[in-house]
Write a protein that binds this ligand. Sequence first.
Ligand code: ADP
Ligand code: MG
Length: 507
Amino acid sequence: MSQKTGHVIGDTKSTTVEAITSEPFSVGEYVTIESKQGAMLGMVEESTVHSMLLSDVPTFSDAAKLVELSHTNTRDKKFTSRISVVGAMDIIGRGRSEIPATPPVPGDVVTSAGAGDLGPVFAPEHGSWARIGTLLRNGDIPVKINLDKVASRHVGILAMTGMGKSNTVALLTREIVARNGTVVIFDYHDDYTTLGIKRTNILDAKVNPRTLGPDEFADMLDFRANADKQRGILERALTSNVRKDGDFWTALVEAIREIGETERNNKAASLRVIEKVNTAKRRLGGMLDPEISDPMSLIKVGHANILSTSEFGERQANAALSYYMREILDDRKDATVSRRHGKASRSRFATPVFVVIEEAHAFVPKGHDTGAKYWASRIAREGRKFGVGLCIVSQRPRGIDIDILSQMGSFAAMRMIQADDQRQVEAAAESAGQALVGQLSTLNVGEAVITGQWTGLDAIVKVDEVREKAAGADQSAVSEWASDLKKRRTGIERSGDMIQKDLLLKK
Ligand SMILES: Nc1ncnc2c1ncn2[C@@H]1O[C@H](COP(=O)(O)OP(=O)(O)O)[C@@H](O)[C@H]1O
Ligand SMILES: [Mg+2]
């Protein structure tokens, strides 16, 4: 196969050039421009195929003839590309990109970039960098991401359902854990229970109610945000004595009852609060446990900790996330400050922790404040100092708080067709070129636009599949029905119930 090649044509700029090529180039493909100043790296932003013969077709009956002519006439097709200039190759190889002072010159040769050019840019040989896949348009080039930036500068993973978000999270998790890092995934839909990577620790996101802040507690009891009176009663009842009481629930209910009995205008509300407490106790008994000494101690260092919040409703999961994020940030603060002062620390996490929030539009929503949102935003702002990395995962980017989303230093964006979602990604990922964002609706499963601090250069990547994992895999209803029928048949055969068996087999 002859190599695709071309020439720069028309007016050139330092930032963009046009090229005429032997074959069409693909959008997102990297090319080299051989310029007198030295080789430059470019990326194809737009690729156009033009046919002279088929441009101005007078009538339908002319079309058939012209199509044939166009097929046989090799000179009829013109392939042009708009190429954005990324920078001089020698500088890029050293990890920087700089637009050259003078533009390429018309006539300069354009070729598809090879492994020699792109290897050092996308796959540096360094332990902090982990492979995530290959370039989609230059398929033989491996792409790595910088885990140091993942763990300190945060990541957004955004795409429609089923496009490969959880797979990407699984991949990052595997690489971090392989380097003895600690990952905490808040798993709202039990998508990660079969993560299939070594050192996975699956646990319920249990909470000790004694340690909850008043707002977290009210959320756990599923109070509405504006239930001020009930929230007020609960806050006052949660005294330090009640928190310490050997029989926590009884002490709490007593304290609430007392408020109702001494304050007439709080009588009815306090009864409702007691009702809520009893409902929560009944429904969340195992998750809301005043006797667990320290739920945080169940998180294992150097493991992928999958914290299931699937037993909770949304508001309650929110309170759980708020609690865990607060504890993790406080713990890492303590560890960092102690270390700085050369003091021994009682912290659980001596090294940085990576926290993943799935369904982020629910926990870090645009428009209203939640406890989880408060702590996510604290981590987004302070995490770098204290070694807490945040990963925001969502199929509804437009529903996520833009301030927090903008704090994500890196992004993987997969297929997304809603214009609102695309706009949100563009607004949050300052570095992402419009051309790349424009590609989002054309991507297939597992293909991602990678942008930000974790990559040498923006790229469209075919992400590796973490095979062992069945994270969020679509269930096949048909195969489940079939295997169920098989089971029932064998069961019936054993019981010898021929009539029923006949009925089933007739289908
Ligand atoms: N990089 C990939 N390569 C190939 N297939 C993938 C890839 N990522 C995901 N898939 C497939 O798509 C399915 C859904 O992926 P998942 O990561 O659960 O998507 P999401 O979390 O965005 O809903 C997976 O079960 C897997 O079969
Ligand atoms: Mg998922």
